[in-house]
Design a protein around this ligand. Structure first.
Ligand SMILES: [Zn+2]
Length: 308
């Protein structure tokens, strides 16, 4: 027999008393029988709902999902160091029918997973209202991330919960409200992340301590920016300008530690002046192969050199 066995029950439908008294023993026996059986991934329909749920919260689906008629409805249990999600397929089908959406059954599984991920199944004892509301909030959060509307996220709980609170379970109103809180929290995250540009996907660049302190220009782009050359203008030799690998001309202010793009390089057809520098006012300068930078009248105005 297992040394640790905790079990949470969440939905009061039929035979609650029978369930409370015998579910532990029945489940333990059933798990011994099927413990080595192949993992079942099918849940409601053909979707791998377990993976979809763990995906939106960034976790690996390290849960054992078991369809079984030995539970009346659904349960999160820990057995032999493994986390199980047990559900009665007839119960989930009935919830989906009553809620008129498959999101209803998905929310039941998300609720059970919420018990595991909030650590409720690590403690002995049965259901309590605070744990139930946490699991409900998690299910609302997950379902919003999966694309469910608020009504779809609440559909399952609306049909399985009791209207009145009990010592073990909150009443329907507070459960639906908790699902709504989780749903809103996810919604605000999604809206906030859509408002700003996606953060850079570039990996961290390991600094080379032997190089000059300013060799890369931070930018909110998909790849690191490096410096190809340095430009010194005759009429402003104190000011540093750099050409990046993106062919941008950047003015660097060392004191204020800022870098501003002030122009771009483009290739030209000319053999003697292979690059053209175009500034923000669309003025053009021509860069020779030796690094001399001349204006349209051929007067040298700046010099391009190695950045070091
Ligand atoms: Zn529960």
């Amino acid at each position: 027999m297992p040394t640790t066995f905790s079990h949470k029950k969440h939905f009061s439908m039929n035979h609650p008393r029978f369930f409370r008294r015998f579910a532990g023993l029945v489940l333990a026996g059933w798990l011994v029988i099927t413990g080595s059986a192949e993992a079942q991934s099918a849940t409601t329909g053909q979707r791998d709902v377990l993976r979809e749920i763990t995906d939106v919260v960034g976790l690996k689906p390290r849960f054992q999902l078991r369809a079984t008629t030995e539970v009346q409805n659904a349960a999160a249990v820990v057995y032999g160091g493994q986390r199980y999600l047990l559900y009665n397929p007839q119960f989930v089908a009935a919830v989906n029918r009553a809620g008129r959406t498959d999101w209803a059954g998905i929310s039941i599984l998300a609720h059970e997973m919420g018990h595991h991920l909030n650590g409720h199944t690590l403690r002995p004892g049965g259901s309590n209202p605070a744990d139930e509301l946490e699991a409900d909030e998690f299910s609302g959060f997950v379902l919003r991330k999966m694309g469910a509307s608020l009504a779809q996220a609440q559909a399952g709980m609306a049909v399985v919960s009791d209207e009145e609170a009990s010592p073990t379970h909150p009443g329907r109103g507070s459960r639906l409200a908790s699902i709504g809180e989780g749903w809103q929290r996810a919604s605000q995250q999604i809206i906030a992340s859509n408002r700003v540009a996606a953060p850079s996907a570039a990996p961290a660049v390991l600094a080379n301590r032997n190089t000059a302190p300013v060799r890369t220009v931070a930018a909110n782009t998909a790849s690191p920016v490096s410096v190809l050359g340095k430009i010194v203008f005759r009429n402003n030799p104190e000011q540093d300008y750099y050409i990046t690998n993106r062919l941008s001309v950047v003015r660097l202010d060392r004191d204020e530690r800022t870098a501003q793009v002030v122009g771009r390089l483009t290739r030209s057809e000319s053999v003697n002046y292979p690059y053209v520098l175009v500034d923000e006012q669309q003025r053009r300068l021509y860069i020779s192969r030796s690094g001399s930078i001349v204006d349209t009248s051929g007067r040298q105005v700046a010099l391009l050199s190695d950045p070091s």
